[in-house]
Write a protein that binds this ligand. Structure first.
Ligand code: ARG
Length: 277
């Protein structure tokens, strides 16, 4: 599938998702998780289903990982691994509540025959790694500061053979790279500068002079936690200004409501891992 939307071109993607059947907020490992706020589990499943439908309607493939009881955050499938060029750098979760999620992800990737590199360093997959295949010949952006540890960036570079640019996150509300920055096509990003250290902001401004910059309201509404195929940008429905900025830049925003999964500290991108052959 290749469709042209203004000057933007969509590329067919393969994604990995995991149903929120067992989703709940049972512990608090990021500032968004509040044990006192009730979660509507049925609504979570319904909203997640609409997100999956939106990706299928755009012509993409969606693989499913079987959810496991006792792993309420497993719905955030982006955290289980980081794939580039058919190779997989496995996750090693920071918090013990999530460590058991790494094994089913590993089994999934090994079952597909992709080269799997087991991590020695703490990293949360696509939560803290983004890939831009057409930027500088293929560039990995990596976050650290809250979850993924700096040595994992070097380990990922060795595992994947692509240059890794380290970016320091400084605001606990943006505890993963993917809540502060999203790839909107193969060479460009949208991001919220305030989530990064001053030096990392400088690095991003140098590498991505044409980036779409989000304001704090859209960033706090999880607007940057987006999934793009290069033309269609699936993003949280509450990030209305960012949607307007993306439209003005020639992209087609596809808003989805994920009110329940946001109570766990994630929106669109957290629920969607990309499998990059
Ligand atoms: N409750 C999960 C955690 O704190 C949310 C993970 C969100 N995923 C993401 N890719 N940012 O680990």
């Amino acid at each position: 599938m290749v469709t042209v939307d203004q000057q933007r071109v969509a590329r067919k993607r393969t994604y990995l998702m995991c149903s929120p059947e067992h989703f709940a907020v049972e512990y608090a490992i990021n500032p968004w998780m509040d044990l006192g706020t009730p979660v509507d589990a049925q609504l979570a499943v319904k909203q997640w289903g609409r997100l999956r439908e939106a990706l299928l309607d755009l012509g993409h493939d969606v693989h499913l990982l079987a959810p496991e009881p006792g792993l309420p955050d497993m719905v955030y499938a982006a955290n289980g691994a980081f794939t580039v060029d058919g190779a997989v750098y496995g996750a090693r979760f920071r918090h013990e509540q999530r460590t058991a999620e790494a094994a089913p992800h590993r089994a999934f990737h090994e079952g597909r025959g992709w080269r799997f590199v087991a991590p020695n360093e703490t990293n949360e997959g696509e939560g803290d790694f983004a890939y831009l295949p057409e930027a500088y010949g293929g560039l990995v952006l990596a976050g650290h500061g809250f979850r993924t540890e700096l040595p994992a960036h070097a380990e990922a570079q060795e595992a994947l053979g692509r240059p890794v640019v380290s970016l320091r996150l400084v605001d606990p509300r943006f505890y993963h790279l993917d809540v502060a920055l999203g790839a909107i096509d193969d060479r460009n990003i949208a991001y919220f500068p305030g989530a990064f250290s001053a030096a990392s902001q400088k690095v991003l401004a140098q590498l991505f002079p044409d980036a779409v910059v989000a304001d704090d309201a859209d960033a706090l509404a999880f607007g940057l936690n987006l999934v793009s195929d290069g033309a269609n940008v699936v993003l949280d429905a509450e990030a209305t200004r960012l949607a307007g900025r993306l439209r003005a830049a020639g992209y087609t925003p596809v808003p989805v409501e994920l009110t329940e999964l946001r109570k766990g500290g994630g929106s669109v991108k957290c629920c969607v891992g990309e499998l990059r052959a």
